[in-house]
Design a binder for this molecule. Structure first.
Ligand SMILES: *Cc1c(COP(=O)(O)O)cnc(C)c1O
Length: 375
């Protein structure tokens, strides 16, 4: 399906073109190179941590982070049910088992209450999970103070899936600076893109060094090909890192524009009865990756009718993530379900939110939403 306006398309310009061609002309076409080193240094700064390793995808980052933290077959890993499948897939790659916990209505992120109850119950049973993976959903951080305190209390590793949240903050601290390590994504639809890519950021230099090693086929630093571990081919290339550096330089502008897009939708749709916006938690500042709305039972509009109306006009909107515990592939998984994620899936919609969206686009989309035939 092709659209005139996409949900969150890449937003690239002259600087991206220039830096990509400079990298090309420099001769660093081979995987590593100066742009890769510089991109990693910049990412560590943006994530508010000491080290970063750039990889072929965010999913690869989740996989190698969990692997490097020792998660393996037979382990359980807590994952919020409201996320993109990549979070849970990374757990499956390791032969571990995801346990899905529901989210909090006030932030749409992992419920602190459910996590506290779950860890207490598992501690009593003597079978704590190997890790908790939080998800900074649609660019909004989780409530990290209590989550980190719980993980510390029970000695469970905390990993932040910040794939959607580059540039967001929590009590003034950047997304990426929570947990043992955090993962960013630079997929084509994320707030910045390297066409495809990701990174792991952490204050733990040794962990990052280990992940870098695993991402390059675990080659030992000797002339012949010597391997002590099973490795992966997950490293980002220098050319894509050049693209990433240019994108990262524009991150603040992209966040400002996405915030303005949300503010525009709020001004134009805020008075529709029963329509609300994803809450902004008082503890932080999201990057406003996607503007998500919700139609409650009082609303005369239905999300699927709105989506189809936009589609007929060549505009892409998407349902909220379908919760993992409702996915056929995870049908056997354990879930602590309070019904919130399922209700958000039934009532929610993500509106086009790209940073190149014009005010006229926002106005047209809002007016189409309003004029959707009532059921
Ligand atoms: C995009 C995304 C990922 C995966 O990132 P890729 O770079 O596409 O592999 C993981 N988790 C969440 C929540 C995402 O939105």
């Amino acid at each position: 399906m092709s659209f005139r306006i996409y949900l969150s398309p890449p937003d690239v310009g002259e600087l991206e073109r220039k830096m990509l061609l400079e990298a090309f002309d420099s001769g660093w076409i081979a995987p590593v190179g100066p742009d890769l080193d510089a991109f990693e240094a910049d990412l560590a700064v943006t994530g508010g941590v000491r080290s970063a390793v750039a990889l072929s995808s965010g999913t690869a980052g989740l996989h190698l982070t969990l692997l490097a933290l020792g998660v393996g077959a037979g382990d359980e890993v807590v994952v919020p049910t409201l996320t993109f499948a990549a979070t849970a897939n990374a757990v499956m790659y390791l032969g571990a088992t995801p346990v899905f916990l529901d989210v909090d209505e006030s932030s749409w992120t992992l419920s602190v209450e459910l996590l506290a109850a779950f860890l207490a119950e598992r501690a009593a049973a003597g079978r704590l999970p190997a890790a908790v993976v939080t998800v900074d959903l649609y660019g909004q951080c989780c409530d990290y103070d209590p989550i980190a305190a719980l993980c510390a209390e029970y000695g469970v590793a905390l990993v932040a899936d910040a794939a959607e949240a580059l540039g967001a903050s929590y009590h003034g601290r950047p997304a990426g600076s929570f947990g043992r390590a955090a993962v960013f994504s630079f997929n084509g639809n994320k707030i910045i893109t390297t066409s495809g890519g990701g990174a792991v950021v952490s204050d733990d230099d040794e962990l990052v060094r280990r992940i870098r090693h695993l991402s390059t086929q675990a080659r030992e630093p000797v002339a012949h090909y010597e391997h002590r571990d099973v490795g992966y081919n997950y490293r980002m290339s220098n050319l894509l890192a050049a693209l990433g550096r240019a994108q990262l330089a524009g991150l603040d502008d992209k966040i400002a524009r996405r915030r303005a897009v949300r503010t525009g939708y709020e001004a134009l749709l805020g008075d529709v009865d029963g329509l609300s916006f994803m809450p902004v938690a008082s503890y932080g500042s999201p990057n406003h990756w996607l503007t998500c709305i919700r139609f409650d039972r009082r609303c005369a509009l239905q999300p699927e009718a709105v989506r189809l109306g936009l589609q007929a006009a060549g505009i892409e909107a998407r349902p909220i993530w379908k919760p993992m515990h409702l996915q056929p592939v995870f049908s056997g998984a354990e879930v602590v379900d309070s019904g919130v994620a399922a209700q958000l899936f039934a009532e929610g919609l993500c509106l086009p939110s790209g940073s190149a969206l014009t005010d006229a686009d926002v106005a047209q989309i809002a007016s189409l939403v309003r004029s959707t035939p009532r059921s």
